[in-house]
Design a protein around this ligand. Structure first.
Ligand SMILES: N[C@@H](CCOP(=O)(O)O)C(=O)O
Length: 462
């Protein structure tokens, strides 16, 4: 298996290279050259298997023998042993045919742990094997940062620099990052928004001269391994609800699009999926694109669902690459236009996407209404991101016969502001975090200026 760039110009890479590279040199994102297939028999045989076993089987073709099976099994087992629920990502039935896929039982209480507990271990494995050190630069709107720090803090070979938008993440999200005082962990609060932070990370990949030859690695979902790990829970949930013998649908709170793209990959691998619903907050570019073919930037809004406060959605590029029949030139041209002016997708790819994807956008007032309503109906307290999914699933699902699986992307304890505004007294943090609000914090505030951020990274890396 080789990996190719969505913009068609960068060299194809192996799994090890792709994990250690992050972004392609032509500015694109890596995807597998061929999409491995899961046969009906393979899907059937996963029923009743542990999550770690399903994970091993689903990811094995992507890893391509570059980590031997026994070692890879160990990495997978250790990654998911850190989750507090035996099922790792349990399904919670809300009504006759609507389920929540609870992705928040990892160490930092968000779906990012599923991939980052694994990625940290894979990076450690490859870097130790090569005897190399690397620098991680990541951008976060709130959840990736802590999950990346948690996944990589014990890696001797890594220094981690996480950029978050200053005063635009929840207090719990910030403290989960800034209270980690390890020598190899650096938090930078950027005076700007998530798009500014992500743009600086991507620019650093494009020109790595400031690191004088030290390798730069991505922990954001531009790194293929993030997507690979997330494919697993779509397959596990589908199989638990009867796939391959019946179809399932998914509703995914979306912003940087890595999560829903992983679901799309599960579908392309053979999971029978009827519909994907893309749920957004008021930053609704994904919804506008699918519903109205309006692929244009609007000003980023701060919402009650801060992890989804994103306008430039990285992984949408990977979906566009598929919708444009893997024509890297067409994708590059479209994305160049998008950076300059409001644009639109061509007719054929749009029609193709609309056959599988629906979308819905939910504003802050509705998020609060949904948190109350869902609690009244189901006794579940949803976090504000999951609330966008809950509402979207109700509003735009194709039918009520196909099981609808809404991805519960984070634990409500991370978002006290929304929970309290919705009229609840708050949610206690789990025991391993119960002193989080008293822990010492360490972070550096920097302007959204690439040169200053790169100088900080260059000075502080070990
Ligand atoms: N929503 C994310 C933003 C970064 O997305 P990623 O999936 O590319 O890491 C966050 O919470 O940080």
């Amino acid at each position: 298996m080789r990996y190719i760039s969505t913009r068609g110009q960068a060299p194809a890479l192996s799994f090890e290279e792709v994990v250690l590279t992050g972004m392609a040199s032509d500015g694109g994102l890596y995807v597998p050259e061929q999409i491995p297939q899961l046969s009906r028999e393979e899907l059937e045989s996963m029923a009743g298997c542990s999550y770690a076993e399903i994970a091993f089987r689903v990811m094995k073709p992507f890893v391509n023998g570059e980590i031997d099976d026994e070692t890879f099994r160990g990495i997978v087992r250790d990654a998911y042993a850190t989750f507090s629920h035996d099922a790792v990502v349990p399904l919670n039935q809300l009504d006759a045919n609507h389920f929540l896929l609870e992705l928040f039982h990892g160490p930092t209480l968000a779906f990012k742990d599923v991939a980052l507990q694994l990625l940290g271990r894979i990076l450690d494995h490859f870097l130790a094997k090569r005897g190399e050190r690397a620098v991680i630069m990541g951008a976060t709107s709130g959840d990736t940062g802590s999950a990346a720090i948690e996944g990589c803090r014990h890696c001797d070979n890594l220094d981690i620099f996480i950029l978050h938008p200053h005063n635009r993440v929840s207090e719990v999200q910030r403290r989960q990052m800034t209270s980690v005082l390890a020598d190899n962990v650096f938090n930078i609060a950027i005076e700007g928004n998530f798009d500014d932070a992500q743009a600086m990370v991507k620019a650093s990949f494009a020109d790595q001269g400031f690191l004088n030859g030290t390798r730069l690695v991505a922990v954001n979902s531009i790194n293929w391994a993030r997507i690979m790990a997330q494919i697993v829970y779509y397959v596990a949930a589908g199989v638990a609800l009867g796939a391959p013998h019946r179809q399932v649908s998914f509703c995914v709170p979306s912003a940087n699009f890595g999560n829903v793209f992983a679901g799309y990959m599960a579908y392309r691998m053979g999971l029978p999926v009827k519909q994907f619903i893309i749920a957004t907050n008021a930053n609704d570019i994904l919804h506008r694109t699918i519903a109205a073919n309006d692929f244009s930037k609007q000003e980023l809004k701060a919402t009650l669902a801060p992890s989804m406060d994103i306008v430039v959605s990285s992984n949408f590029e990977r979906l566009l690459f598929e919708a444009y029949e893997r024509d890297g030139h067409a994708v590059a041209a479209l994305l160049e236009r998008f950076q300059q002016e409001p644009t639109a997708l061509a007719e054929a790819p749009l029609t193709q996407l609309r056959a599988l994807f629906a979308s819905h956008s939910v504003d802050d007032a509705t998020i609060l209404e949904v948190i109350r309503e869902a609690h009244h109906r189901t006794k579940e307290l949803l976090d504000p991101h999951t609330a966008t999914g809950y509402r979207a699933a109700e509003r735009v699902r194709a039918d009520t016969e196909t099981p609808m699986i809404t991805l519960a992307t984070a634990h409500p304890a991370k978002f006290a502001e929304a929970v309290v505004k919705a009229g609840f007294p708050g949610v206690p943090l789990p025991p391993h975090m119960d002193d989080l609000l008293e822990r010492e914090e360490r972070y550096t505030v920097l302007p959204a200026e690439l040169a200053k951020v790169q100088a900080f990274v260059a000075e502080n890396r070990r």
